[in-house]
Design a protein around this ligand. Structure first.
Ligand code: ADP
Ligand code: MG
Length: 355
């Protein structure tokens, strides 16, 4: 299938998904990707530089299955649903720290890094873990998403990076969720990217800032900016794990390959402990062929690194930014909240298995 095929299919499916009130003639079957008129193959992009085999054939249900009630909608095989197994309830803990430090990283913007940082953090806190969220994007969206007016703050993570003797603990804010704390940032942080270049051990600045507080927490989650610049390298140097939120779109695959190269460089040169902790499909819509296909290819390429938990596309997330609260406390029964609670469980299960 050419790229323009995909784009066309995706466009059509997407319109269908968001429910544009274009009335479908009654009784018309849902449009299938096959038989789409062959468009001009202009601008076909090169395939991403990771080996991605053809998707596995869709398993058919056993013929012995009892005849079910006729379904109002066509059943589709959702590769995310097929991978799901039950997750164990996280064991309670009675002592805290030292923290596992995880960077949420993807050089593409708008893929759900900040949303995942807030809600995975809230999920871990609701399971009794002490969590520090580090806003490491000069946009300050993480801080704003937790109702901390970062643009009004005199002192932020910028001061910790640039000033000797500044005390990290003094700049940590509590949030509305018990056990969930925040180290805020604002636009000042953008200057650090330039100013750090001339410093000794410029890649270790964030690790140094966090050193004094990792003992107080079980998890430190770093919300990275959408670039692979020096701030992100600092986050990767301070972390043991990387979580890559990924929108299931064709171009995302190439972005992940590039990010993986950067992670490998940081591991070789600066931080031998670093590993990809997980790839998280965000804004996933199993009704679109394109999302399902890309998800299946990501699983084929990265296998168990891909979290079984996927985050569906829902308007509730933009809402929570406005209220400055995680979806887990704002709309605890919503599918988005359930998904992030599952992600927290899955992460805890992975880390428990590691020992
Ligand atoms: N699963 C989702 N479904 C729909 N919208 C989402 C979802 N996750 C995030 N968003 C919205 O998409 C936008 C970008 O998300 P964000 O977490 O800020 O991405 P990033 O930090 O990678 O730039 C925000 O408006 C956010 O509310
Ligand atoms: Mg962000």
């Amino acid at each position: 299938m050419s790229h323009s095929d995909r784009a066309e299919i995706e466009g059509r499916e997407y319109r269908m998904t968001i429910g544009t009130p274009e009335p479908e003639p009654i009784g018309t079957p849902e449009p299938e990707p096959i038989g789409t008129p062959e468009p001009e193959p202009i601008g076909t992009p090169p395939l991403p530089p990771i080996s991605l085999p053809e998707p596995a054939p869709t398993p058919t249900p056993p013929p012995s299955a009892p005849a079910a009630e006729p379904k109002p909608t066509r059943r589709i095989a959702d590769p995310a649903r097929e991978r799901r197994v039950d997750l164990p309830e996280p064991a309670p803990i009675d002592r805290h720290g030292p923290a596992r430090v995880i960077a949420l990283c993807n050089q593409k913007g708008g893929v759900g890094k900040t949303t995942t940082t807030i809600n995975l953090g809230a999920g871990l806190a609701l399971f009794g873990r002490r969590v520090l969220l580090v806003d490491f994007d000069p946009q300050g969206a993480l801080s704003v998403g937790l109702a901390v007016p970062a643009h009004e703050l005199e002192r932020t993570i910028y001061n910790l990076l640039m000033e000797r003797g500044a005390e990290t603990r003094d700049l940590i804010h509590r949030t509305s969720v018990p056990g969930l704390d925040l180290l805020p940032s604002n636009i000042d942080l953008s200057a650090a990217e330039v100013q750090l270049v001339g410093e000794v051990a410029r890649e270790q600045a964030l690790a140094r800032v966090l050193r004094g507080v990792v003992a107080d927490y079980d998890y430190v989650l770093i919300d990275c900016q959408p670039s692979l610049g020096l701030l992100t390298v600092n986050a990767l140097t301070a972390a043991q794990g990387v979580i890559i939120p990924l929108e299931c779109e064709f171009f995302s695959l190439r972005g992940v390959a590039l990010l993986r190269d950067t992670i490998e460089k940081v591991r070789d040169r600066l931080n031998p402990d670093l590993e990809i902790q997980g790839i998280l499909a965000t804004m996933y819509d199993p009704r679109t062929v394109h999302n399902r296909e890309v998800f299946a290819r990501v699983v084929e390429a990265f296998d168990d690194v891909v979290f079984q938990t996927v985050i569906a596309r829902t308007v509730r997330f933009p809402e929570t930014t406005v209220v400055g609260e995680p979806i887990l406390t704002w709309a605890p029964g919503s599918p988005g909240a359930v998904a992030y609670r599952d992600l927290a469980k899955e992460l805890l299960a992975r880390d428990a298995a590691r020992g």
